[in-house]
Write a protein that binds this ligand. Structure first.
Ligand code: FE2
Length: 306
C-alpha cells in the first residue's frame, strides 16, 4: 500500500481551519506548463463583443454582472477584464495591454482546454488526494478559472466563501483546489483566511449568488434571521506561498485576497468540486452556473463509483 499523501495532522488541520496549504504539490515542470498555457490563452484570445468585468461582491451590492457572456461561461473558455481596464462605455482603456487587462479566464478550462483538462481530470495524484480528503464520495468538478492578478491592476477579491457561488443543499459541499502558478506574496495579493470560519452558523451558507428571474445575477439571503456578519479583519491569516503550492479550500471558509500592488503578476489556477446528486447533494437550479443543455461541464473526478 502506498504512503498516504495527507497525514492525520493535515486532515485535522483542514477540518479545524477550513483550508490546508500543501507546498510543492505541483512539480516545477507541471507548474511551468500550466503557466505557459495560461499566457498562451491570453496572447491568442480576441476581445469579445460583450466585454465583461468581474466582481464577486463589493460596496455596490448586487452589482449587475450577469450578461450572457458571463452566464454561459461554464461551457466555454471566456475572458473577463479587470474593472479598471474598461471605460464606462465598455471600451478597453489604452493604459494596459490586452493580455495584462484580464482579471480571469473561466469557467470550463477543466474539460475544454487540453492542458488543464489533463492536469485536472487525468491526474492520479489529485484523485488520490480527493479520496484521502474524504469530503466527497463521487466528486464532480464543475468550474475552473485562471486568475491573473496582473501588476498594478489586478483587483482584490472581497471577503466571501465559495459555497455562496456553488450552492448545494441540504448541505454545502463545494471544495476548492487552488494552485499557485507564481509566487503569491503580501504585495501581489496572496490568500487570506479566517481560520475556522467554515464552522460558523453550523456550516450553513448565509447567502448565495443566483440567476435573477429578470436576468442578470445577484445575492439571495438564506439565513434571514442572522444579522449580516461584520468580519474582524485583524483575525485573518495571510498565506503567502511559492509557485507549485496547492491550497485546499473548504466551501464555507471565509477568505479574501488583496489587490496586486507590486510589479510581479500572481497567476493561479483553481477548480471546484461538489458532491454528486446520487450522494444527496442537490445542485441548486437558481445557481448562477448551470450546465448548458447538451454540453459537458460537470465532470466526475473518479473513474468508478465508490
Ligand atoms: Fe474563493
Amino acid at each position: 500500500m502506498s504512503t498516504p499523501m495527507l497525514t492525520p495532522e493535515q486532515l485535522e488541520k483542514f477540518d479545524r481551519d477550513g483550508y490546508l496549504v500543501l507546498p510543492s504539490f505541483v512539480s516545477p515542470v507541471e507548474t511551468t506548463t500550466l503557466l505557459e498555457q495560461a499566457r498562451s490563452l491570453l496572447e491568442n484570445f480576441t476581445i469579445p463583443e460583450s466585454m465583461t468585468r468581474f466582481t464577486t461582491k463589493d460596496s455596490e451590492k448586487d452589482k449587475h454582472v450577469g450578461d450572457k457572456y458571463f452566464l454561459e461561461s461554464g461551457s466555454d473558455i471566456r475572458f473577463f477584464f479587470e474593472e479598471g481596464a474598461v471605460s464606462p462605455e465598455g471600451k478597453l482603456l489604452p493604459t494596459y495591454s490586452k493580455s495584462n487587462s484580464i482579471n480571469k479566464i473561466g469557467h470550463g478550462l477543466h474539460y475544454l482546454d487540453p492542458v488543464y483538462r489533463n492536469f485536472t481530470l487525468d491526474n492520479p495524484r489529485l484523485k488520490t488526494l480527493a479520496r484521502e480528503l474524504g469530503v466527497h464520495k463521487d466528486p464532480q468538478v464543475l468550474q475552473s478559472m485562471i486568475i491573473c492578478k496582473n501588476p498594478k491592476i489586478g483587483g482584490k477579491v472581497p471577503i466571501h466563501n465559495d459555497s455562496t457561488f456553488l450552492y448545494t443543499h441540504p448541505e454545502p459541499t463545494a471544495v476548492g483546489f487552488w494552485f499557485a502558478l507564481e509566487p503569491c506574496t503580501l504585495t501581489n495579493g496572496c490568500l487570506w483566511f479566517l481560520p475556522g470560519s467554515h464552522k460558523l452558523n453550523s456550516g450553513r451558507i448565509r447567502e448565495r449568488f443566483v440567476r435573477l428571474p429578470d436576468g442578470g445575477t445577484g445575492f439571495e439571503t438564506l439565513l434571514l434571521d442572522e444579522p449580516e456578519p461584520v468580519w474582524d479583519e485583524s483575525k485573518f491569516v495571510a498565506e503567502p506561498c511559492e509557485e507549485g503550492t496547492l491550497v485546499l479550500i473548504h466551501g464555507s471558509v471565509i477568505h479574501k485576497s488583496e489587490a496586486n500592488r507590486g510589479d510581479q503578476s500572481r497567476f493561479i489556477y483553481t477548480f471546484h468540486m461538489i458532491e454528486s446528486p446520487e450522494h444527496g447533494a442537490i445542485y441548486d437550479e437558481k445557481n448562477w452556473l448551470q450546465p448548458e443543455p447538451g454540453k459537458e461541464g460537470f465532470e466526475r473526478l473518479f473513474d468508478e463509483r465508490s
